[in-house]
Structure formats: structure tokens, C-alpha cells
Write a new protein. Sequence first.
Length: 269
Amino acid sequence: MRPGHIESLVDDFGQIVSEVSLENISSAFAPLVDASCETIPEAIGDELSSLYLYGSIPAARAVSGRSDLDLLAVLQSEPAGRSRRRITDAARELEARFPKLVREVSIAVTWIDEIFHGDRALGWKVFIRHLCVLLWGDDIAAELPKYRATPEVCANLNGDAADVLADLWRQFDAATSEEEHRRIGGMIARKILRTGMSVVSARSGEWATSRADIASYLILYFPEITSDIELLLHLAEEQELALVGNVGRLRGLSQWAVGLADEELVPFL
């Protein structure tokens, strides 16, 4: 069941279609992306196997000053604390060199063994194959098949909703500034949206990655919470006043997402 105004991100064989590409990187973000290809390999050294870009920038949806630079560093082996600090320092260096261009430079970290043999190996493979584009190093995606939006795939991507949201709420409750609350609240809202879409995908085999399309699917499948989904969109964009008076509502939506995941995704892990 697909809304007519949404372009499906599955092909005629039911396989996920990737919408990320280097060609989608706009001229505004190209210098930052280029700088990351120098700064991060230099910071990590021989431990780095691959560097990928994902998110709004390679999907041609990024907005200057409002979007993040989302990177994935694939290491040869599990990193020690010192390596993780170097990665964090590289992210802060890029933010300092390009102030106000992005909200944040975020560098997710994984390693070869985790991708191919870890508990969530399937999730990493789908993520790299369909949601990432290679910037530097060896392209693991070239070794991977196309995937379908099966319950197992969806569970490996967002079956962790309970743990992730609990951790984000701990950060939210410990935060002391309005800016931090808005930032973490946005992260919570985005995880709820992704989790809801994973449930829809597990049921239907459909696939969407833009927040607007995800919201359309969620409204179709859960019309009774239409206004809540609209609120999640505002929170996900970290709009300045969206969180005011809505923290309790956001907590309730977190519980809703966890309940959905526990019932429809976790059994497939």
C-alpha cells in the first residue's frame, strides 16, 4: 500500500534502490566533503579501511546551516579509545574549518569484522550497500548484493529502538541548555521516524528515506497519530519552538516506537 505521491525506492524485483550519489553533492558542500577525505584519513592513518558519506548531502536534500555532514569510518579492527578520540578531534576540526555550513560533523565508526560477522552484520551490510557512497578507500559495497526490505533487514536496522532511545533520553535528561535539549530531541524524533518506517517496510516491502516520505507512509499506516507524526517532523528539523510544551508527548511517542519495534522487529533479530 503506497501513497500515490511517493516515488518508491524499490525496483521491479522488490530490491532497494539507492538514492545517494557523489553527483548529488552540491557545490556548497563539496569543499567540506573534499576536506573530510584529507583530514580523516590523516587522523586515523593505516587503521582506516574505508570512508563513506551518507545522509542528506549525498541524497541532494541538504540545507546549508541546517543539515549534518554524516560520515562512516570503517576501520581494520575495533578501535581503542585513543583512535576514537582522534576521530572525534577530526570531526571538531572540520566543524571549525567550515563554521555554520553544517550543524555537526558526525563520524560513525565500525570495523571489518563487525560488518561481516557482528550481531547486526546484516544491518551494516544494508546500510553500506544502499545508504552510503564511498569517499575514500576500499568499497565494501561492491562485494554486497542488493537487498530487499524484509522483516530481517528492517529489524537489523532499527530493532535497537529501545536501547537507542533509552540512551538518548538519558542524554536529554542530563542536558542543561535549551540548545542541547533541541539537538537531542531532534535525534530522538529522527529515531522514532526511522523505527516507524522500518515497521512499515517490514509489513509492506516498501522503502523510504526522506523524512517527508517517511511521514507520509506513517500517516497512511497510523492515521490515528497524524498530528504526532507532524510534530515529529518539526522536532526532527530541530525547529526552535517545536519542543516547547511537547517533551511529554515526545516521551509517549518514544514508548510507541519501542512497543512497535518490540512487537514487529525484535522477533526477527
